[in-house]
Design a protein around this ligand. Structure first.
Ligand code: AMP
Ligand code: FE
Ligand code: FE
Ligand code: ZN
Length: 290
């Protein structure tokens, strides 16, 4: 079984449509793929409708969270699987985060414009195609202007990595976790040790999150060194959390391929069982989990 539990479509900052993504997942030989766009479920319907037989789609999302226990607060990403997309409190918070991302991206465009860089907000917004806007969409605009050659280059400190970067209005991580659980979902902390992305949270926070219902930690991820993967495994074992491995595929916005990292069938089964409410409260019975 080949199981990849973290991918993005163009409903956020990936480059394949949800339908193209599930077809590419089948072609890559995956048996299970999770669609985890940033802060949105808008790709679910198309992905569900296009899922080829033989492939299981796990609907999910990657929530932009922040931990306010540090100064400055630390950004982190929480994967959520198999939650009810119509759950009011969660859907409302996701809408708030997406709208704040638009304001933020527009302000980043203004910063670029102030330096004479002719990025247009209408153009960026349009190409985000009604999905969640992020810095990769601004990166594509810089590529079109010939200012950088790749998305990775656009994330250098002199561009979107620092100079023109504005923080997102993320959700408090404790609130995010409670919202996921309240919507019947299964929460897994994405790339928790990825220090090359920025400051990482201390183990003590992960201990606290585990006590409040966190289900797993993503260990195998391209942004983790072998040492960091081992640290995540050890911490998960201590806390009774599952460990996942995933590509975090973004189409051509990143170089990583579908299935580059995988999750074991045992762990996937535990996530699916948790979503069905086995050993816990009743949960959402979604389209792929009847
Ligand atoms: P944002 O959420 O708008 O702050 O943008 C962050 C997103 O940019 C992440 O979800 C990644 O998809 C992407 N990203 C972050 N760092 C890099 C990088 N060095 N190269 C390419 N994409 C990146
Ligand atoms: Fe992304
Ligand atoms: Fe992430
Ligand atoms: Zn991701």
């Amino acid at each position: 079984m080949r199981i990849d539990l973290h991918t993005h479509s163009n409903a956020s900052d990936g480059t394949l449509t949800p339908a193209e993504l599930v077809r590419a997942a089948a072609e890559a030989g995956l048996d299970v793929v999770a669609l985890t766009d940033h802060d949105t479920t808008s790709g679910w319907a198309e992905a569900i409708a296009a899922t080829p037989s033989g492939l299981t789609l796990v609907p999910g999302a990657e929530l932009s969270c922040r931990w306010y226990g540090a100064d400055p607060p630390i950004a982190l990403h929480m994967l959520a699987y198999l939650f009810d997309p119509a759950n009011e409190p969660l859907a409302t918070e996701l809408t708030r985060v997406r709208l704040a991302r638009e304001t933020r991206a527009e302000r980043m465009v203004q910063l670029l414009n102030a330096d004479g860089i002719d990025v247009r907000w209408d153009d960026v917004h349009e190409r985000a195609a009604g999905g969640t806007v992020g810095r990769p969409h601004l990166a594509q605009a810089l590529i079109r202007l010939g200012l950088v050659n790749t998305v990775a280059e656009a994330f250098a400190p002199e561009w979107l990595g620092q100079r023109y970067r504005i923080p997102k209005q993320d959700m408090d991580v404790f609130n995010g976790l409670a919202l996921i659980l309240g919507a019947g979902g299964v929460p897994v902390f994405a790339h928790p040790r990825a220090s090359r992305r920025g400051p990482i949270v201390p183990d003590s926070l992960i201990v606290e999150l585990a006590a409040r219902g966190l289900f797993g930690l993503e260990a195998d991820h391209e942004d983790h060194t072998p040492e960091q993967r081992a640290q995540v495994r050890a911490l998960a074992a201590d806390l009774g959390l599952v460990v996942t491995g995933s590509s975090d595929f973004h189409g051509s916005n990143k170089t990583v391929r579908l299935g580059a990292f995988l999750t074991s069938p045992e762990v996937y089964e535990r996530i699916a069982a948790a979503a069905r409410g086995e050993g816990g409260p009743p949960r959402w019975k979604g389209p792929s989990f009847r």
